[in-house]
Ligand binder design. Structure first.
Ligand SMILES: CC(C)(COP(=O)(O)OP(=O)(O)OC[C@H]1O[C@@H](n2cnc3c(N)ncnc32)[C@H](O)[C@@H]1OP(=O)(O)O)[C@@H](O)C(=O)NCCC(=O)NCCS
Length: 163
């Protein structure tokens, strides 16, 4: 699927929201409130600078979105983090990998020492395979920390890439 990654603008939100809404209401991959309103989701996803929000586009269509930010403020701000969602019908075509390669490049250029994902759902095989293929390792698992609608309580991994 031909796609370009670029910075998201405020005008992209109407095409980002259906992707976020689908992922959040499904409750299989993100520990977000499934009842969150559009304006709450907008505030949470469109993180302010120096954090960044990206979209993958094919012409006018938004195929996916990712954001990236320091994992913690102050003394924790040398470690980056981020979140990623690809539209259901655009998955499996390289969009997620392109976002993650972009994230790693941005984090290196910006001078971050590492990237940490704080809550990767243990049953999310596509995400875990993608992150491991880029060199991320699992530091630990918070057992049964996520209520999966099909699998019941499953673990949340902390994943880490040393830069
Ligand atoms: C996880 C997600 C972002 C992957 O995006 P994607 O665009 O489908 O991923 P890609 O097509 O770039 O595939 C990248 C890698 O992911 C893995 N992968 C993708 N789909 C997979 C599947 N169905 N089963 C197992 N591994 C899979 C493969 O390792 C693949 O590597 P390849 O490039 O060698 O094929 C996407 O499934 C998604 O948005 N899921 C819902 C939200 C989510 O889980 N976000 C991450 C939270 S931690």
């Amino acid at each position: 699927m031909p796609s370009t990654i670029r910075e998201a603008g405020a005008g992209d939100w109407p095409r980002i929201w259906p992707i976020v809404q689908d992922v959040v209401t499904e409750q299989q991959t993100f520990p977000y409130d499934p009842a969150m309103t559009e304006s709450e989701a907008r505030q949470q996803w469109l993180v302010p600078a120096p954090a960044r929000v990206a979209v993958a586009v094919d012409g006018d269509r938004v195929l996916g979105t990712a954001n990236r930010y320091p994992n913690r403020p102050g003394p924790g701000s040398h470690v980056a983090s981020g979140s990623l969602m690809v539209a259901r019908d655009a998955r499996g075509s390289g969009v997620g990998r392109a976002f993650e390669v972009d994230l790693v490049g941005w984090a290196r250029r910006t001078g971050f020492a590492a990237i940490q994902f704080n809550a990767v759902v243990e049953t999310n095989a596509p995400a875990i395979r993608l992150y491991e293929s880029l060199g991320f390792v699992t530091l630990g698992v918070a057992p049964e920390a996520f209520r999966h609608p099909v699998e019941g309580r499953v673990g949340l991994r902390i994943m880490w890439l040393e830069l």
